[in-house]
Ligand binder design. Structure first.
Ligand SMILES: [Fe+2]
Ligand SMILES: [Fe+2]
Length: 395
């Protein structure tokens, strides 16, 4: 076999190794570049080599891998000077890289109009000069490295952008939730007895929706609806909301306007969740069509509304109001049960009882309903009542 043929075969196998290194999974980018450097220094019979990339942000050169070029100082490299060399063409090592590097070859790496980095090779240890054939091989190898560097840099930019977007999104989300809570606090402060009512309704609704297998997006929607369902109360007078005496029909009618007022207020907001407006407007509707404001029939009430209605009623019953004491949890559960089919939905009630049962048994890491119960609540009695209801509704 002729020397030239041996050399060609060696080059082909070097290229195969290189392609495998660049495209293989598993190892990190840094490890790949290190391996690539070993392949090319071996191919060109030199014990000195380096691969540098150009940082897109600051335009500076950085060493990705090097062997034998310990004196290399990329901080002293004139990046613009390097970028002015013929693209993807090997040339003698210039002084632009600083002193002490010695003789060798520089290969500027370009992908389209982007200067992505350089490959440096020292003198051959055979002391032979680089040949035209070496340059041809170097061009092929360099093209692969340039694309790898460019992809890596694009990926890094993308992931930086993604991190930044994620951070901004989290920040917006936090501000949004703070605003929502401040709003709810303003609503609940109108009525001395409904402190944290909106927050509890939101939490109970989320617990039920989660139990029913809702996805995270829809759960966030019902959470928002829970917080804002009584926002219309902001427009109703404090005296009326805090009245102790029995209400006249006129006063009842006025209080009842709060659900349409809530709907009118929030309809100006373009929520990313469907049905928030519907849930809010209809949180006092009933399955038998006797609710308000639109006396909707069963078929017209979606699951979100049915959840919010039950969560709202449960919290109203178990909270003290200006005009009545609060109910025991057991009494409230029995009341909900008695109003199934006329007011509340069996499936929603079953989900509510199941999630509450799980919370009492400690099966859920972060309970949403239980923390709001009085400390002296008899959980054993509540649990057995829940088991009875669950059994009955599951049949
Ligand atoms: Fe309400
Ligand atoms: Fe409410």
């Amino acid at each position: 076999m002729s020397t030239e043929l041996k050399r060609a075969l060696y080059n082909i196998s070097a290229l195969a190794d290189l392609g495998q290194e660049i495209t293989s999974g598993g190892s990190s980018f840094q490890e790949k570049i290190q391996s690539v450097l070993y392949v090319i220094t071996g191919t060109f019979l030199t014990n000195k080599g380096a691969i540098l990339d150009r940082n897109r942000e600051d335009g500076q050169m950085h060493i990705l891998a090097q062997r034998g070029f310990d004196q290399l100082d990329p901080g002293r490299a004139d990046t613009e000077g390097l970028a002015s060399f013929a693209r993807n063409e090997p040339c003698p090592l210039p002084a632009a890289l600083g002193t002490g590097v010695g003789a060798g070859i520089l290969m500027p790496l370009w992908v389209r109009d982007e200067f992505t980095g350089i490959v440096l090779l020292g003198e051959k240890f055979t002391a032979d000069p680089y040949t035209a054939e070496d340059f041809e091989l170097l061009r092929i190898i360099a093209a692969q490295i340039a694309v790898a560097l460019n992809n890596h840099s694009l990926f890094r930019d993308l992931s930086d952008q993604l991190d930044e977007n994620r951070r901004l999104y989290e920040e917006m989300r936090r501000i949004y939730h703070d605003t929502l809570q401040a709003f709810a606090a303003a609503i609940d402060a109108k009525d001395a007895y409904t402190k944290h009512h909106s927050q509890r309704v939101a939490k109970y609704s989320v617990a039920i929706a989660r139990e029913l297998g809702w996805n995270d997006h829809d759960i966030e929607g019902i959470y928002v609806a829970g917080y804002l369902h009584d926002v219309g109360k902001l427009v109703i007078s404090n005296d009326l909301l805090n009245k102790k005496n029995p209400f006249t029909q006129e006063e009842v009618d006025e209080i009842r306007t709060h659900s349409t007022l809530s709907h009118r207020i929030i309809s100006k907001i373009n929520f990313p969740w469907k049905d928030v407006g519907k849930m809010i407007r209809h949180h006092h509707e009933r399955l038998d069509g006797s609710g308000y404001p639109d006396a909707l029939s069963q078929e017209e009430l979606n699951d979100g509304t049915r959840i919010l209605t039950l969560a709202d009623a449960f919290d109203a019953m178990t909270s003290r109001r200006a005009y009545r004491e609060k109910m025991d949890i057991q009494d409230a559960l029995n009341e909900l049960k008695n109003c199934l089919d006329t007011q509340f939905d069996n499936r929603i009630m079953l989900a509510f009882c199941r999630v509450l049962d799980k919370e009492i048994k400690g099966e859920l890491p972060e309970p949403d309903i239980l923390p709001h119960f009085d400390r002296d609540s008899d959980l054993t009695v509540i649990a057995s009542l829940l088991e009875g209801i669950i059994r009955e509704l599951s049949e």
